[in-house]
Design a binder for this molecule. Structure first.
Ligand code: SAM
Length: 241
């Protein structure tokens, strides 16, 4: 997959994009990211991309001209790609949305700054995505979150595919409780079933615990799960125990 990021501060991405799992995915070419400064498209000697709001008010607004030209240039080069505006006014980023988009060969992310986009830029967007109901100073952190979460879904980024498939939200519910050594710590012991070596029992226990955790912590999510007969059975067994 190729992701183009239109931003005013490409330097903000350096650390996050060069370390750990994401850094490796980029080095291995599983994912290619192009950072494009739309300052290059700014007006005049000073490459101006923002101006005061019509009607008055605080802060500066991203002018329609420079960003629209940058988006159109990108649209007209390379593989077809949806243009995604990052904004608190968009649809919420979810694992489901990421999974749907993970099959796309190319995605363009547009990072806003200041007081945001002149409304006329919005017609260039095929989709607007928000990280959640809060306001960041710019779209760069949202773009980093999108790229990191997307990279995990691309084959080869995470060594063991099963580790991604058991993550929270992948199939709907939250991840099951996890334990590691020592089996006794500060008077707390790990569940007996995990030490017994019965893989089918462990798998059923984990499924049930994941569902239970979801019901307690995220009843909204639990209500939307489409539970099959087997899952209901595991849950019943776990509640009875
Ligand atoms: N005045 C705008 C509003 O209330 O909708 C917010 C502007 S914000 C200070 C500047 C930029 O940060 C936005 O244009 C957007 O690109 C980015 N941003 C802020 N919050 C975001 C969020 N929750 N999700 C994605 N991007 C966000």
């Amino acid at each position: 997959m190729e992701i183009d990021i239109l931003t005013l501060i490409p330097g903000a991405f350096q650390g996050v994009f060069s370390e750990s799992i994401l850094g490796n995915a980029l080095k291995q070419g599983i994912l290619k990211v192009n950072l494009i400064s739309f300052r290059e498209y700014g007006e005049g000697k000073h490459r101006v991309v923002d101006d005061a709001a019509f009607g008055g008010g605080p802060g500066m607004i991203l002018k329609p001209g420079p960003l629209t030209t940058a988006i159109r240039d990108i649209r007209n080069t390379g593989k077809a790609a949806p243009i995604v505006g990052l904004t608190p006014q968009g649809v919420k980023l979810t694992q489901n949305l990421l999974r749907e988009m993970s099959h796309m060969p190319r995605i363009v992310l547009v990072c806003g700054r200041y007081e945001g986009f002149d409304e006329r830029i919005r017609r260039e967007f095929d989709l607007e995505i928000s990280l959640g109901d809060y306001v960041l100073s710019g779209g760069e952190i949202a773009a980093m979150v999108f790229v990191d979460a997307m990279a995990r879904l691309l084959p080869g980024t995470v060594g063991d595919k099963a580790s991604v498939e058991q993550d929270s939200f992948y199939d709907g519910p939250l991840d099951h409780p996890q334990y590691t050594r020592p089996s006794e710590w500060e008077g707390l012991s790990t569940p007996q079933v995990l030490a017994e070596g019965n893989h089918s029992k462990i798998s059923n226990w984990r499924k049930a615990q994941g569902l239970l955790k979801t019901a307690v912590r995220r009843p909204d999510l639990f209500c939307r799960l489409n539970l099959g007969g087997k899952e209901k059975e595991h849950l019943r067994d776990c509640l009875v125990e």
